[in-house]
Design a protein around this ligand. Structure first.
Ligand code: NAP
Length: 261
């Protein structure tokens, strides 16, 4: 019970990584305020009395302010904020994306996490400290894992957690990011479907040394570590959880036991 008596908000909790994190946090004893555009209720119902689901836009300041208030009203305060909601915005390139594409992707993926920090940090500080986790991506480390605005938004999230950790000096509120690699969720369902339809399902995830895609639960476990006191000295960090994808430049990989000669 690593989150016993802790109160957490999870955004994007209706699907994928957010839903997996909500289920895991609940199993570890947390009380949960769950937010999604439209299906947080389903996750809350699957958990039971210790979770409440709300329709909320994670990129809207009033919605985030309300979620923090709901944590305080229903569960007496806030200890953990998992700012996880995000959109891919598709795979249009630099010359196809419009200013409106950029504005919406940055609003949800980057302004959302900033609003989460802005409104959660004071409430968490009131409880004596806690943890804010923002979902970034390997797309924020370098090109090739998402569209231009998506990648820029996730690079911004990595910068945000560094700045926030530095500015929350003395608050005992830690702020970290997770950078998932390829994970099978609603967001990546079209990629998985496309590969499987072409009979190439087995090629998914072959670019990383573990040679597979990841599961939402593998990101949820990283979020649990960052949410819990087990990570009490981890702050301003972007934790990569990608099977080793970003550990290497893209040169020809040798099979296990094979030599370069
Ligand atoms: P997902 O299954 O699509 O889950 C994202 C959830 O966020 C969906 O339920 C979505 O609702 C919700 N959402 C979208 N916009 C929202 C908003 N404005 N306010 C509140 N909720 C909103 O995808 P996921 O992969 O779990 O994504 C979670 C996070 O992981 C995202 O930040 C994503 O960028 C990041 N990530 C994912 C991967 C991957 O390979 N899957 C890799 C790196 C990073 P709707 O379904 O109704 O739109």
């Amino acid at each position: 019970m690593r989150l016993k008596d802790k109160v957490a908000i999870v955004t994007g909790a209706g699907s994928g990584i957010g839903r997996a994190a909500a289920m895991l946090f609940a199993a570890e004893g947390a009380k949960l305020i769950l937010a999604d555009l439209d299906n947080a209720d389903e996750t809350a119902e699957a958990i039971g009395a210790n979770a409440r689901g709300y329709a909320a836009d994670a990129g809207d300041e009033d919605s985030i302010r309300r979620l923090v208030r709901q944590a305080e009203e229903h569960f007496g305060g806030l200890d953990i904020m998992f700012a996880n909601a995000g959109i891919s915005g598709g795979l249009k390139g630099i010359f196809e994306q419009t200013p409106e594409d950029w504005q919406e992707i940055l609003r949800v993926n980057l302004i959302g996490p900033w609003l989460a920090v802005k409104h959660a940090a004071p409430a968490i500080k009131e409880r004596g400290g806690g943890s804010i986790i923002c979902t970034a991506s390997v797309a924020g480390l370098r090109a090739g894992a998402g569209g231009p605005a998506y990648s820029a938004s996730k690079a911004g999230v990595i910068s945000l957690v560094e700045t926030a950790a530095a500015q929350l000096v003395g608050s005992n509120v830690r702020v970290n990011a997770i950078c998932p690699g390829l994970i099978e969720t609603g967001m990546t369902a079209p990629i998985y479907q496309w590969a499987r339809d072409k009979g190439r399902g087995a090629s998914i995830g072959q670019l990383n040394p573990l040679q597979r895609g990841g599961e939402p639960d593998e990101i949820a476990k990283a979020a649990l570590f960052l949410a819990s006191d087990e990570s009490s000295y981890v702050n301003g960090h972007a934790m990569v959880v990608d099977g080793g994808l970003s550990a290497s430049h893209p040169f020809r990989k040798l099979a296990y036991g094979q030599t370069a000669a």
